[in-house]
Design a protein around this ligand. Structure first.
Ligand SMILES: C[S@@+](CC[C@H](N)C(=O)[O-])C[C@H]1O[C@@H](n2cnc3c(N)ncnc32)[C@H](O)[C@@H]1O
Length: 353
């Protein structure tokens, strides 16, 4: 059993977990979920070698691929021990860890208290774990360590392990809508867009469609992961903006001027759909009503998706009933409060047959 912990963003209780699971499935990595704590998901990945000396190994390549895909994970950690979160329990667990790194490697320990719930100070935990490592012959390097250890305290437990990879949050910040060549207000932030693309199980070479693509934010995130991207919209100006944005980040893309409720696409030609249709506030709706548009476009999305494909649809109103009438299976619906007057629903819909 090889336990890998994903230390997750606390922005939503379920979306970061769904993102990790979607990415593992899309990468064809065999896994089973072992534990779920607040902001920590622990999975068993039987065929992964996490030894500190095998960074060039193909399995570590899987970890680095995951860290480049994920948006709502902070760190990917090889679990060395799990204990209750009192200091004696933590120390007892760490004392019994079989550290197999050569003593020539330097280390740094960081402790993180999720939601600051534990009464023990992080510095105390770091110092005491450092003491155990010192007694075993290891030397600390706080600036440029060879090995980074992490102790995460959550839900009355301490998860201790070696950091395999960390997610580069800065790259998402760099792509925020205001920094793109074409900006239009009311678009999803890149980290959420990326997480939805992962939940849809998009990946290198898969064909992803956004039938309401707007400025192309979702397609940029999918394209950067190697997906083949196709976007549609009914506003020419917005489509030109989408082209500017996509040309900048993922030059190989396709855009079509067409109505999401009547698309000139063959049946079953798309692997996954991620889309953020208009909510009927500021975004233009090209239809008699938003309800009619959503009903019709869900039927169209079902038609163009391949069997086994998945659609992730952002909306303000519930779409489950229309999705079921279009023959989708509703896998999950996540509710996300954006601000006082906007609550988003994120529906995960599978085409089974
Ligand atoms: C909320 S915006 C999408 C924002 C997008 N996620 C982005 O990153 O810019 C909704 C888009 O749906 C488009 N739209 C409205 N009615 C449409 C229809 N019938 N078919 C296709 N697109 C439509 C609007 O022009 C608008 O660009």
């Amino acid at each position: 059993m090889t336990l890998i912990a994903f230390e997750l963003s606390g922005e939503h209780p379920d979306i970061p977990v769904a993102e990790v699971i979607g990415a593992l499935e899309s990468e064809d990595i065999e896994f089973s979920v072992r534990y779920r704590f607040d902001q920590i998901l622990i999975v068993d990945i039987p065929n992964i070698n996490t030894n500190a000396n095998v960074n060039a190994n193909a399995n570590m390549d899987q970890v680095s691929k995951l860290s480049k895909r994920l948006a709502l994970t902070w760190h990917i950690i090889s679990v060395l021990g799990i204990s209750d979160s009192t200091l004696p329990d933590i120390m007892n667990m760490v004392e019994n860890v079989d550290f197999d790194e050569p003593v020539s490697l330097t280390y740094k320990v960081r402790a993180k208290k999720i939601k600051r719930k534990s009464p023990i100070s992080s510095e105390d935990i770091e110092r005491k774990i450092g003491g155990v490592l010192y007694n075993k012959g290891y030397r600390a390097d706080l600036v440029d360590p060879d090995v980074r250890y992490r102790a995460v305290l959550t839900d009355g437990k301490c998860i201790f392990g070696r950091v395999l990879a960390s997610v580069d949050r800065g790259s998402f910040e760099d792509r925020k809508p205001q920094n793109k060549p074409f900006f239009y207000p009311g678009v999803l932030m890149p980290r959420l867009a990326r997480s939805l693309v992962n939940i849809a199980r998009s990946g290198p070479g898969s064909m992803i469609l956004d039938p309401y693509c707007g400025t192309g934010g979702i397609l940029v995130e999918a394209g950067l992961m190697g997906a083949v991207t196709l976007g549609c919209d009914v506003q020419r100006k917005i489509l030109l903006g989408a082209r500017m944005n996509l040309d900048f980040y993922v030059p190989d893309h396709s855009l079509m001027f067409q109505d999401a409720s009547n698309m000139a696409l063959k049946d079953s030609c798309i692997d996954c759909v991620v889309t953020d249709p208009p909510y009927g506030r500021s975004a233009l709706i090209q239809a008699r009503s938003l309800d009619i548009l959503m009903k019709r476009s869900l039927c169209e999305i079902f038609r163009v998706l391949r069997p086994g494909g998945r659609a992730v649809v952002v909306s303000e109103c519930p779409v489950e009933e229309w999705a079921v009438s279009a023959n989708f299976v509703v896998v999950d619906v996540y509710i996300q409060r954006v601000h006082r007057s906007l609550t988003r629903r994120i529906s995960v819909l599978d085409k089974i047959q």
